[in-house]
Ligand binder design. Structure first.
Ligand SMILES: Nc1ncnc2c1ncn2[C@@H]1O[C@H](COP(=O)(O)OP(=O)(O)OP(=O)(O)O)[C@@H](O)[C@H]1O
Length: 690
């Protein structure tokens, strides 16, 4: 039986073909085995540089280009193009096997031959070249072959390398890009994704195709092929970067985690990991995250990825507080929740005449007492107050403890609960259970979980191999939880992997968004600093559009015009997202769009209409993505709002953390954009943008 592989680039193009051509492509390739048996349709290409390319007739005008093996019967569908373009494509290119990764690579030899002499001339007058500090030995070890090496040696700038991406062999270009970005040869090696240990035969294209899971999907029979064609846009289901694949399918001795900037596919890895653990059938899997709408999008991803009902049954998706409440309810019934926490702290503060704000007392309770499970005054006197800026002497600690005790007493007397105390109680319940509810836990957007939430998860599964898998990015921390995984009993050292390819955002949007963070030092939740070295984007596009207006009314009108200009350029309403810092601005935008007759919906609605602009606060944008994103109301007073920032004179450390969190929030909103980002304000712009 001949095997057909589908190349990732082909599937991408397939998604853009018109329906008639898609149907025809399906028809031809569904009958592929019969066609190859009969020896028809597959034709050699005259004047090809690589005689493994064949053409296949789709219809009168269109031709498919297939990579045929020298022996065996694995064929890979690479392209479907109009007749002449298909032949030109094949005549310019050559296939090779990467010496380090063992994967197939395709290069545009004609483009390399045409560019090299020009670059060489340009480099002649230069004193330094891009890879002066990298030895041939290192380059070769990373899979760079003769032709690419010669090319690399005449490069003088990263821009030239960036431009060469279109024609250099993919893995070799990635290695060069990583080195140019300052990564060490070891880091580049790791980012290529565990190059194979088995000896690599450079002529065995068939074996190389099998190894190239990142770009070739081998389908078994026409049914599987039709299934692939049904969801051509969801490439993430099928093609994983080798590092993504490795992380999702590895066996770990304990907790493990994946990090990486926005859009690097952490959620994708978390979903594949959950399926992998579900398929092992050694116990139940909890997939959890911070909020309900993120849990809903994880569920949607799992529904797309997991067909097997038995596997699906083993995987539960719940947001973390939903899980805590469920555990609590099973034991005690529904908790009576304290409805207005701030006013209780306010009363206590006044009654005891304390020189601290309500927020300070609440945060002290949350970040010190609950986080470190402090039980009495004496332990509080000795408690570590890391992350808290304002120092407290013993007398002040005594005063704060009085307030905390009063608050806890009130909860106890009135049998009231807060989310924090529900979590703590659920954790105690789980800690006493010998049979844990889950064998594996997968956590997405982990950077925002609080210490009590981590303790809850730690108690929900026994310590052991593959117990907890974490996906998160500390650059996107938008709630105030600085935690140390070690302190909450989740040890990931030696089992942490960073993803570096951004599949979502253009390089221009990502670069602009990163400068919003302005070099803030971001911790990695495990005692070190997080880094963004070596990140790269799959696509390029326009720089973000920044618009300044005089008044709010002008700004809202400008936003409507921007949305209309996107839709007249062919963008669907459902592909547009609008973010603002506050609910008030969100409401104003909803009203303005309604006045302008633009269908829109607020992001917190369940079952939102498909063809309407999504509008929400920046917090609600977390984890989502849109083809076009507008961030409106980025004015000096609103981003950041004064209410969200602790005055520096109250507590300097908390002030700095608040500012960092607000920067991260704007960063999260902006990095939701796939192709276009528009940012507007009226009056003075936010200090983060200015
Ligand atoms: N291997 C892949 N091939 C193609 N697309 C991918 C791949 N991995 C991820 N993507 C796509 O990239 C986008 C971002 O993925 P995902 O949401 O998993 O990233 P993330 O790292 O969790 O992002 P963020 O932290 O910003 O929320 C999605 O559209 C996803 O489908």
């Amino acid at each position: 039986m001949p095997k057909l592989g589908i190349d990732r680039d082909f599937l991408r193009e397939y998604a853009r073909m018109d329906r008639k051509l898609q149907d025809r492509v399906q028809e031809v390739f569904a009958k592929f085995d019969a066609a190859t048996h009969a020896g028809i349709h597959l034709e050699k290409i005259t004047n090809a540089r690589d005689d493994r390319f064949r053409s296949i007739r789709v219809d009168q005008f269109w031709r498919g280009i297939v990579l045929a093996p020298e022996s065996g019967d694995s064929f890979t569908l690479l392209k479907v193009l109009p007749h002449d373009a298909a032949y030109t494509w094949a005549q310019r290119r050559q296939v090779s096997v990467n010496a380090a990764t063992g994967q197939i690579e395709i290069r545009d030899v004609a483009a390399i031959d045409a560019t090299l002499p020009e670059l060489d001339r340009f480099a002649e007058g230069r004193t330094s070249r891009l890879f002066d500090n990298i030895s041939d030995k290192d380059l070769r070890r990373l899979g760079v072959d003769d032709q690419t090496l010669q090319f690399a040696r005449v490069l003088t700038s990263e821009l030239q390398l960036e431009a060469a991406r279109a024609f250099l062999p993919q893995n070799q270009w990635e290695a060069l890009y990583g080195l140019a970005a300052g990564l060490s040869a070891e880091d580049v090696w790791a980012a290529l994704g565990a190059p194979t240990d088995e000896p690599i035969d450079p002529d065995d294209v068939g074996a190389a195709v099998q190894r190239t899971t990142e770009r070739v999907l081998l389908v078994d029979g026409s049914e599987e092929l039709l299934e692939v064609f049904r969801q051509p846009l969801d490439l993430w289901r099928i093609y994983l970067h080798p590092v993504q694949h490795q992380v999702a399918h590895a066996s770990y001795k304990g907790p493990a985690r994946v990090t990486g900037g926005p859009g690097t596919g952490k959620t994708v890895v978390a979903i594949h990991r959950a399926r992998h653990l579900g398929e092992r059938a050694d116990g139940k899997v909890l997939v959890t995250t911070f909020t309900s709408n993120l849990a809903a999008s994880l569920q949607a991803g799992l529904d797309l990825l997991v067909d097997d009902l038995e596997v699906r049954r083993r995987i539960a998706v719940q947001h973390i507080d939903q899980f805590a409440h469920q555990v609590f309810r099973q034991q005690h019934g529904k908790p009576r929740m304290l409805s207005d926490e701030t006013s209780v702290w306010h009363d206590i503060r006044h009654r005891l005449d304390l020189p601290f704000t309500e927020t300070f007392l609440f945060e002290e309770w949350r970040q010190v007492v609950l986080a470190h499970r402090v039980q009495d005054a004496e332990s509080y006197l000795r408690a570590k107050r890391s992350g808290r800026g304002r120092p407290l002497n013993a007398r002040q600690r005594g005063q704060v403890w009085q307030a905390i005790e009063a608050f806890q007493q009130r909860l106890h007397d009135e049998r009231l609960w807060t989310h924090e105390t529900v979590r703590a109680e659920a954790t105690d319940i789980l800690s006493r259970q010998k049979d844990k509810p889950f064998r594996h836990i997968v956590v997405d957007e982990a950077q925002d979980l609080s210490p009590e939430q981590w303790r809850l998860l730690r108690a929900a599964t026994s310590e052991g191999p593959d117990d907890i898998f974490i996906a998160g990015d500390a650059h996107q921390r938008i709630y105030q939880h600085r935690i140390s995984l070690r302190e909450v009993g989740v040890r990931v050292s030696g089992r942490s992997t960073r993803l570096t390819v951004n599949y979502r955002t253009t390089a221009e949007i990502l670069a602009w968004s990163f400068q919003l963070l302005r070099g803030e030092a971001i911790d990695d939740m495990d005692g070190d600093l997080d880094t963004v070295a070596g990140y790269r984007c799959e696509t390029h596009g326009l720089p973000p559009e920044l618009r300044s207006f005089r008044t709010r009314a002008d700004e809202l009108r400008g936003l409507c015009e921007q949305i209309q200009s996107w839709t007249s350029a062919g963008v669907q309403l459902g592909e547009i997202g609008v973010a603002a810092r506050s609910n008030g601005v969100v409401d104003a935008i909803v009203n303005e769009l309604a006045r302008a007759g633009i269908p829109a919906h607020a992001l917190d609605r369940s079952n939102p209409p498909a063809d309407a602009v999504a509008i929400g606060t920046m917090h609600k944008m977390k984890g989502l993505e849109f083809r076009c994103v507008a961030v409106a109301g980025a004015t000096a007073q609103q981003v950041p709002p004064a209410t969200a920032i602790t005055p520096v004179e109250d507590d300097r450390a908390t002030h700095l953390q608040d500012v960092q969190r607000e920067r991260c929030l704007l960063f999260v909103a902006c990095t939701r954009a796939r192709e276009h980002l528009y940012v507007s304000w009226h009056g003075a712009p936010s200090e983060f943008i200015a």
